[in-house]
Design a protein around this ligand. Structure first.
Ligand code: URA
Length: 242
């Protein structure tokens, strides 16, 4: 996803078609306002949610930040467009899709909580592989589970392809073929590969929560809703809490 942030001098120079030297007196004279405040700092970062004015002219109005949860069904791609399959974006009414991107993915046949937003800072915090936000999954598998999984998941596993050891993960065995798993990172097919170490095939994988944000049980597969302001703030503040 291209960055939607820019330094103030770059932003002004593109919008006004002026050299950066030509902008200096404009900034020094206090003619530029960012979110209603006079700004003389040419390095100030401008993002999509900032309102920028020069004199009485509005160069950019604030875009309203948007955050949605979707209950992803199986057989849907975590992408904004795809030639062959239904995407998570296709699940939203066309009028709501503008400017949104996914904050993290689930595999084609995985189900459950997926987030969409137009806020790139928020989504990066959640979806980078190194993100510390805990994600909660319910998994059913082909072979019976044993206590050996608990130690192996919490010790971490060597992933040769990435050259990394997975962070400690938690697994709680619910029954012979069903477990809850908590990960605080998101490597490619991570859960399937972890069970794969035991030659155990994952049959279903459902994401129940990301950080403190729990999938709304009233959402049928394919349905979505806006996040509440408290949900947005809480999940974003979780990176250090785990
Ligand atoms: N781990 C997987 O293997 N698949 C997912 O969709 C999510 C986590």
């Amino acid at each position: 996803m291209p960055s939607r942030y820019s330094r103030l001098d770059r932003f002004l120079s593109t919008r006004l078609q002026l050299s950066r030297n030509a902008l200096r007196p404009m900034l020094a004279a206090g003619r530029v306002r960012v979110n209603g405040k006079t700004t003389r700092d040419r390095q100030c970062r401008i993002g999509p949610f900032d309102r920028v004015c020069v004199d009485q002219q509005v160069l950019q109005d604030r875009e309203a930040p948007r955050y949605l949860m979707v209950n992803k069904p199986a057989g849907v791609v975590s992408a904004t467009s795809d030639d062959q399959h239904t995407t998570v974006m296709d699940l939203l009414p066309a009028s709501q899709r503008q400017g949104l991107h996914l904050a993290g993915r689930l595999d084609f046949n995985s189900t459950g909580l997926v987030l969409l937003t137009n806020d790139g800072v928020w989504s990066r915090q959640l979806s980078q592989p190194q993100s510390q936000v805990r994600k909660h999954y319910r998994v059913t598998v082909e072979q019976p589970l044993t206590e050996a999984y608990v130690a192996a998941f919490s010790e971490g596993m060597w992933f040769a392809f990435e050259g990394i050891k997975t962070r400690p993960a938690e697994i709680k065995i619910r029954s012979a073929y069903e477990a809850d798993v908590w990960l605080c990172e998101g490597r490619y097919h991570q859960i399937k590969r972890m069970f794969g170490r035991f030659d155990n095939k994952v049959l279903t994988l459902h994401r129940l929560a990301i950080g403190h944000l729990v999938l709304d049980e009233s959402l049928a597969p394919g349905e979505s809703r806006d996040l509440l302001p408290g949900e947005v703030a809480d999940i974003a503040g979780l990176s250090s809490r785990g």
